[in-house]
Design a protein around this ligand. Structure first.
Ligand code: GLV
Ligand code: MN
Ligand code: MN
Length: 409
């Protein structure tokens, strides 16, 4: 059966890569840290007897043949890049859990009809380029050349970072999997919320993934002398942006399901004695209900416009991305629920507030997700924690799910 000790050991080993002195990990895409993490994951794939390859965008795959090699494969996996101060579980659990499942099948001599592949997707988090899910977009054939223009804080574009990592940006189209080539995609992931903890359950069945809208708001006022410009004569871009951040919080708080976050702010020129003339804010707005999200977005846009009008500040919105919520396949949800019962776990369904690669893979095949309980719901934080027992339970549920979907022969 699934070896929880081995899974835990690998999670701990992977957590050493990109470890920061302040705690947590930073493994940004196309960096040596991400490379080292992929190399380690590839070594585990080989130990599991898998055939290893990387595609044109750096997605790492390990494949186990089925009795019918020409049939569509079941894909399992997640990502091993992290946010800027990430924890040890967001992403790695799904990759290492997938490897563990395939290694277990190998050790038990289990044959499946369909091939099963495990994937470590490139740049799910978007921590470096504020785009994210680069690998799964490429797999789904929706990563455009235009997307590769996004830049990191040092002005390095995705295109340039790919070249520096030895990849050819002109070939990303080659990472696209043809329609019909995948039977299903299953991701094991930590919940990153408190629902399972409140329900006293180790594992849950995901109903769907909330859809994010990412916007950049640019405020243009007028820079000026902090000592001589009277308060009534200012066009302070930061004061306007701060008021808008308050509006965002208020509007997102009103529905009970929407979440809105300003995670990035840049004020220029950035002097202690200069009124900020230009400010950029990021906005991440999500809901499992697209209509609710879009209504709140409309209200934020209108109220932000009023704030800026009153303050004599110009406001522009740039859309970085807009994804619809992604419902999980009913059929796979039923399969996962049966797998939970196999493990003596009451099947419990819940939505995902966080984004996942499945949102893009859903364009290719039915998608399912298994959540593992998170301590205190903490994530995107070094304190992120799921117990060894819960990780093992999630991996066992993944095992039965994959076995069912791949067809034991
Ligand atoms: C990634 O974890 C995201 O939800 O943005
Ligand atoms: Mn993740
Ligand atoms: Mn994440």
């Amino acid at each position: 059966m699934v070896d929880g000790g081995r899974l835990w050991k690998r999670l701990s080993e992977l957590a050493e890569i990109g470890k920061r002195e302040e705690g947590g990990v930073a493994r940004l895409s196309f960096t040596p840290q991400e490379r080292a993490a992929k190399d380690l994951a590839a070594s585990y794939m080989r130990e599991a007897g898998l055939a290893v390859r990387e595609d044109a965008v750096g997605n790492l795959f390990g494949r186990r043949e089925g009795r019918d090699p020409g049939s569509p494969a079941v894909l399992v996996g997640s990502h091993i890049d992290s946010v800027l101060n990430g924890g040890d579980f967001d992403g790695p659990l799904g990759v290492l859990g997938g490897i563990e499942v395939l290694q277990t099948m190998d050790e038990e001599g289990v044959r499946t009809e369909r091939p099963v592949e495990v994937v470590a997707f490139t740049d799910e988090e978007g921590a470096r380029f504020s785009l994210g899910m680069i690998g799964s977009r490429a797999l789904a054939g929706t990563l455009s050349r235009e997307d590769l223009r996004f830049e990191d804080r040092d002005g390095v574009s995705i295109e340039r970072a790919m070249r520096d990592a030895g990849l050819d940006p002109g070939k990303v189209g080659g990472a696209a999997r043809p329609a019909g080539s995948l039977a299903a995609y299953i991701e094991l992931h930590i919940e990153q919320g408190r629902v399972l903890e409140n329900e006293n359950l180790p594992v849950g069945v995901v109903t769907g993934i909330a859809g994010p809208v990412w916007l950049r708001l640019s405020f243009t006022g007028e820079a000026g002398h902090a000592g001589t410009t009277p308060m009534g004569a200012r066009r302070d871009a930061l004061a306007a942006a701060a008021e808008v951040a308050g509006v965002i919080e208020e509007e997102a708080s009103g529905t009970g399901s929407t979440v809105g976050t300003v995670g990035q702010i840049e004020a220029r020129p950035g002097g202690i004695n200069i009124i900020p003339g230009r400010v950029e804010l990021s906005l991440d707005l999500r809901d499992i209900d697209e209509a609710v999200r879009d209504r709140i977005e409309g209200r934020i846009r209108a109220r932000a416009g009023e704030v800026c009008e009153r303050r004599g500040v110009e406001l522009e919105f740039e859309e970085i991305q807009r994804l619809p919520p992604a419902p999980c396949s009913e059929e796979i949800r039923t399969t996962i629920a049966a797998a939970c019962e196999e493990e003596g776990i009451r099947p419990y369904s819940l939505p995902s507030g966080a984004g996942h690669d499945g949102m893009h893979v859903a364009g290719l095949c039915p998608v399912g997700m298994i959540f593992v309980r998170s301590k205190g719901g903490v994530s995107h934080n070094p304190k992120e924690w799921s117990s060894p027992e819960d990780c093992e339970a999630g991996c066992k549920v993944l095992y039965w799910t994959v076995l069912d979907l791949a067809g034991r022969s």
